[in-house]
Design a protein around this ligand. Structure first.
Ligand SMILES: [Zn+2]
Length: 254
């Protein structure tokens, strides 16, 4: 990816925050060969379709030797009641401290339809959003098993709703050292001048223009019209020259 600040361009690599450890994931196996049945319930050994009720659930720690478990055994392993996954809250932290952890997935929570759940949801929301100072808002933290793995996550108020985010275990976080050349103080000040010259952001105004271009390109292709090719991104040159030019662009809007 390239960061472009008024033409001050920097090439960067995008590194994922990491993935949770996947030891012991439960997969589908065929009843005929105890071979992987994938999501399509198709025996990868003999190529036969496996009837839904005959699909086995297993864990393959040693390649080719899955340990098969019954539904009841899996349920008990997951520690889940009939109702499904339980997020058991066992701690709280100030909501703004969640940024210290690597988020995995985020969800809006909504109450199940009945009156009691709606009321309870409202009560939790009221408690989470109790303070006008966001720094004092609670995030409630706990662990939950979702589908394939056990996660830790937090519920907190966002935009008048209860948000639930799962996070990487700190043990799974990558400790990649980032390699860069430190800037002089004067360079940092110049950069802040540049940032100050950029207009305030309006995220509400962002639209998916790529999707629009794609639709246009499909129409053009179907009508036999020529599709315009965009020029490639220019490589980076002298930093200070680029910074001065970027500041000038901000000033005169060239
Ligand atoms: Zn088979």
């Amino acid at each position: 990816m390239q960061i472009d600040i008024n033409g001050f361009k920097t090439d960067v690599s995008t590194n994922g925050v990491g993935t949770p450890s996947t030891t012991g994931l439960i997969h589908n196996y065929s009843s005929c060969c105890k071979a992987s049945a994938g999501k399509q319930d198709f025996c990868k050994e003999c190529g036969k379709e496996v009837p839904k009720e005959e699909v086995l659930k297993g864990v393959e720690l040693v390649k080719g030797e899955p340990a098969i478990f019954s539904q009841e055994e899996i349920k008990s392993l997951k520690g889940t009641a009939e109702a499904g996954s339980v997020l058991k809250i066992d701690g709280s932290i100030p909501a703004n401290q969640l940024s210290n952890y690597e988020p995995l997935k985020s969800y809006w929570l909504s109450p199940k339809k009945d009156k009691s759940n709606k009321k309870r949801y409202g009560m939790i929301l009221a408690g989470l959003a109790r303070s006008p100072a966001p720094a004092e808002n609670y995030a409630l933290v706990g662990k939950v098993i979702l589908r394939d793995n056990e996660y830790w996550g937090a519920i907190y108020e966002q935009g008048g709703k209860v948000r639930f985010t799962t996070f990487l275990y700190v043990d799974d976080q990558r400790t990649n050292k980032i390699d860069y050349v430190e800037a002089e103080q004067v360079e940092g000040e110049k950069m802040r001048q540049l940032f100050a010259s950029i207009p305030p952001a309006q995220p509400e105004a962002y639209e998916n223009q790529y999707a629009e271009r794609l639709v246009e390109a499909v129409e053009a292709r179907l009508e036999g019209r020529v599709i315009e090719i965009m020029p490639e991104a220019v490589s980076v040159g002298n930093e200070m020259e680029d910074l001065e030019r970027a500041l000038l662009v901000a000033k005169v809007g060239v």
